[in-house]
Design a protein around this ligand. Structure first.
Ligand code: NAD
Length: 483
């Protein structure tokens, strides 16, 4: 493999961010471009002592940052929003290089990611409190909110910018300091985001970044350290449960954004064209590598043939290739390993009786995979049970709305559901029966920095974004006062 000669990458930090300084370690880890297999960079690889140094820096910085006026914190975040928006193209390029996704997906991610800085710059000054006479009249109840302290943040590779800002923005707005551990597959974007915050005026130690090839031991040490006050994790359900067990030993507050298995319902009387448009976004955003990706499609028997054919045509029209070419609609998955997982699932589906549609040509090198509809899938088979994380759409035909709802809810996950119905009224009625933290009605995307993102059941604990997001980093403080 050769070193990619990309002059743009020379300006991107590749060290650890500790106490406001970029620090090089002797040991490095390699970051690859999944579309070409080429090496993009060698990034400093933190060990346990680097992780603990990051906690020390964040702990030292906490007092002054927590005491800073909310407006001061708001203005730093606002500047970060402005820098990120002005340099969106650079960030998108970085995301494409290390993650592989399509250019349009990367651009959309940067917009979404930057919006968290803007939303929480506005929220920093709006944390509500409470001041009232107790019902018994014996005291005054005052409730305000204090920042928790050092927040440890772990993010996945599928949205390397947005998953970082969705945690950093509310934490910083609340007055917390941060130790961010991005996924080893896509650390460059997180390092770039940290540099944006530095340029926006975040004081030394308020944001620290540790990239590591040993997430287990480093996280264990950080979580065991009494100076760490909270954990915010986004990733798979098995790793989330492992971390919950660790946090339990210290009764450490934690917010968990975990895996999904989103159902997409196309109900009797739904507008098929609208449902196909929505399905394309719900399934194909990020090439299917999204916790919110529609994972299984329950289509009413009266529409199944028409919907499936139209969906397959739309998938077949996608241009597949390097995300650096904006003309391509579908880029590479994050790694050959992830691509092979999806190919294995397809094979399994065929063994179980599913009928995958034709596969389009994909570039010979890199982690590319053709999008496929799989017909004749029966609820309970592998594709309806497991997060696919790729461009594969299993279709299950249903006889009624009640059956669709029952099958959709028959899962341990509960992040998001999609409902396509004849009208919004019916759609809302069905949405209220879905066991998920979010429901998109007659549309293929729900995520918005101004709305609470999060799941029920094994999809997680807590909410990010919206009015709730900042409270994941605040502790209510009740004062009983004789007045
Ligand atoms: P993953 O759980 O393998 O990794 C997520 C993060 O955890 C990475 O930073 C990784 O380095 C770290 N990690 C791995 N082992 C660890 C350990 N033992 N201790 C501490 N940290 C550890 O998930 P992934 O493959 O990177 O991402 C895909 C998963 O993330 C999917 O299940 C997806 O649904 C989920 N996800 C959820 C959301 C959400 O908001 N609910 C958003 C994006 C992705």
């Amino acid at each position: 493999m050769t070193q990619l000669q990309d002059s743009f990458l020379t300006g991107v930090p590749t060290g650890l961010l500790l106490d406001g300084e970029w620090v090089r370690t002797e040991r490095t880890l390699e970051v690859d471009d999944p579309a070409t297999g080429m090496v993009l960079a060698h990034v400093s690889d933190a060990d346990v002592s680097d992780g603990l140094e990051a906690v020390s820096a964040a702990h030292r910085a906490f007092g002054p940052w927590a005491a800073a006026a909310p407006r001061v914190r708001a203005e730093v975040l606002r500047r970060a929003y402005e820098i990120m928006s002005a340099e969106a193209e650079q960030c998108a390029r970085l995301i494409v290089l290390e993650n592989g996704k399509a250019w349009s997906d990367a651009v959309a991610e940067v917009t979404y990611a930057a919006e968290f800085f803007r939303w929480f710059s506005e929220e920093a000054s709006r944390v509500p409190g409470d001041f009232r006479l107790a019902p018994g009249g014996d005291k005054t109840i005052i409730v305000d909110h204090q920042p928790m302290g050092v927040a440890y943040m772990i993010t996945p590779w599928n949205f390397p910018a947005a998953m970082a800002t969705r945690k950093l923005a509310p934490a910083l707005a609340a007055g917390c300091t941060a130790v961010l551990k991005p996924a080893a597959e896509t650390p460059l974007t997180a390092l770039w985001v940290a540099e944006v915050l530095r340029r926006a005026g975040v004081p030394a130690g308020v944001v620290n970044v540790v990239v590591t090839s040993e997430p287990g031991p480093v996280s264990e040490a950080i979580l065991a350290d009494r100076r760490t006050a909270t954990l915010s994790f986004t990733g798979s359900t098995p790793i989330g449960k492992l971390l919950l067990a660790l946090t339990a030993t210290r009764a450490l507050p934690s917010s968990m954004e975990l895996g999904g298995n989103a159902p997409l319902l196309v109900l009797e009387g739904a507008d098929v064209e609208k449902a196909v448009d929505g399905a394309m976004v719900a399934k194909m955003r990020n090439g299917g590598s999204a916790c919110t990706a529609a994972n299984r499609f329950y289509v009413h028997e009266s529409l199944a043939t028409e919907f499936t054919a139209a969906f397959e045509r739309a998938l077949g029209a996608l241009r597949i290739g390097s995300g650096l070419d904006p003309a391509n609609d579908l880029g590479a998955l994050v790694s050959i390993r992830e691509r092979d997982k999806v190919l294995d699932l397809l094979e399994r589906a065929a063994e179980e009786g599913g009928r995958p549609g034709p596969a389009a040509e994909v570039p010979a090198t890199g982690a590319f995979i053709a999008p496929r509809v799989v017909r004749d899938v029966v609820h309970g088979q592998t594709l309806t049970r497991q997060e696919i994380f790729g461009p594969v759409a299993p279709i299950v035909t249903v006889e009624s709305t009640d059956q669709a709802v029952e099958l959709a809810n028959d899962t341990e996950f509960g992040l998001i559901s999609y409902v396509f119905a004849a009208d919004a009224g019916e759609g809302i009625g069905v949405a209220r029966r879905m066991e998920s933290g979010m429901v998109a009605v007659n549309r293929g995307v729900a995520s918005d920095p101004a709305a609470p993102f999060g799941g029920m059941k094994e999809s997680g604990l807590g909410r990010e974004g919206g009015f709730a997001g900042i409270h994941e980093f605040l502790e209510p403080r009740y004062l009983a006062v004789d007045l």
